[in-house]
Design a protein around this ligand. Structure first.
Ligand SMILES: [Zn+2]
Length: 324
């Protein structure tokens, strides 16, 4: 096992199990979307067969499944068919900016990649397609003025931002699967001042690379509506869309023979959420994503895993790795 030290985020972890020239890669992430201390407010608990806690589905359960699958093989004196390399990164929820290169390098060396993100829906479907994700920041500068005495001398950055938000949201095209969401807005300092500054954080989702390029250009070319205001947009596409590929479809079919004896009906789903599987898929290797826990509410307060599904998912991954 080795640590890949980081300064801005936690260290990433890389470990190998088994031997052989051929490599299979397991992708896990240890970070969650929850602020430090959330565990004190919502400690781990099991109630009516459901396990609760911050990040339990996305994706503490996935890490537990990966480790238990490898332990299960060891306990039964079964070696994985190929050398298993496991990456547990610490910055997935903030775009994997420091782990992306590591993931791409290891994916290139791998015959298959399995990602332990949660399965989709109550069936725990595997995710064979994911939307591309863009992240942008919009900064608007205006001019401060007294809101009562001389409002005409001010240029409201908040008003300008309102125009920008409406335009950005109008880029959403649900028919194409394209969404633009201004998720965070901040601006101004006090009520009785024309606001000099405002900023926003914008999320983009797209199903196709061509569409990603088109909308990215639209967002980056935002221009001010109010005379004297300025608008600066930074950011871009973070994760490329993962389009369902022939090699992934073949891989899904080949793992169905391990799912059937376990009574798992392996369905597939195309989802809007991003994951590191997209970086792996983009280098051209077959990727199965969603082999982690089954539950509901990732990134939400009611997040849970179905406890009874955990051993079945462990058995499925162990069978896939052992090839029997
Ligand atoms: Zn995740």
């Amino acid at each position: 096992m080795r640590l890949v030290p980081q300064e801005e985020v936690g260290d990433h972890l890389v470990a190998d199990v088994g031997e052989g020239d051929q490599q299979v890669l397991l992708l896990c992430h240890m970070d969650t979307v929850w602020p430090t201390g959330t565990i004190q407010q919502r400690p781990f608990r099991v109630e009516a067969g459901l396990g609760y806690g911050p990040g339990i589905l996305d994706m503490k359960a996935g890490i537990a499944i990966a480790l238990h699958a490898l332990e299960t093989l060891k306990a039964h004196n079964l070696a994985p068919q190929q050398r298993v390399r496991i990456i547990v990164n610490s910055d997935e929820e903030v775009g994997s900016t420091t782990s992306r290169q590591l993931i791409e390098e290891e994916a290139r060396k791998s015959a298959q990649v399995y990602c332990l993100e949660p399965g989709a829906g109550k069936e725990g479907a595997l995710k064979t397609g994911r939307k591309g994700v863009g992240m942008f920041q919009v900064r608007v500068t205006g001019r401060a003025a007294h809101a009562g005495n001389e409002p005409e001398k001010g240029i409201s950055a908040v008003e300008e931002m309102a125009h920008q938000i409406l335009r950005l949201h109008s880029l959403t095209d649900l028919g194409r699967g394209t969404t633009v969401n201004v998720g965070v807005v901040q601006g101004g300092t006090v009520r009785n001042q024309v606001a000099a500054f405002a900023e926003a954080m914008v999320d983009l989702r797209v199903t196709k690379m061509q569409e990603a390029e088109r909308v990215e250009k639209e967002i980056l070319s935002s221009t001010p509506v109010l005379a004297g205001a300025s608008v600066e947009v930074t950011g871009g596409l973070n994760r490329p869309p993962m389009e369902r590929s022939e090699s992934t479809a073949l891989l899904l079919n080949s793992v169905r023979r391990f799912a059937d004896p376990l009574g798992i009906n392996l369905s597939e789903a195309q989802v809007g959420g991003g994951s590191d599987a997209q970086f792996a898929a983009a280098v051209g290797v077959p990727v199965l994503d969603g082999l982690g826990g089954v539950g509901e509410g990732p990134h939400a307060d009611h997040e849970y895993v179905v406890v009874a599904e955990l051993p079945r998912r462990v058995a499925l991954l162990a069978s896939i790795l052992a090839g029997k």
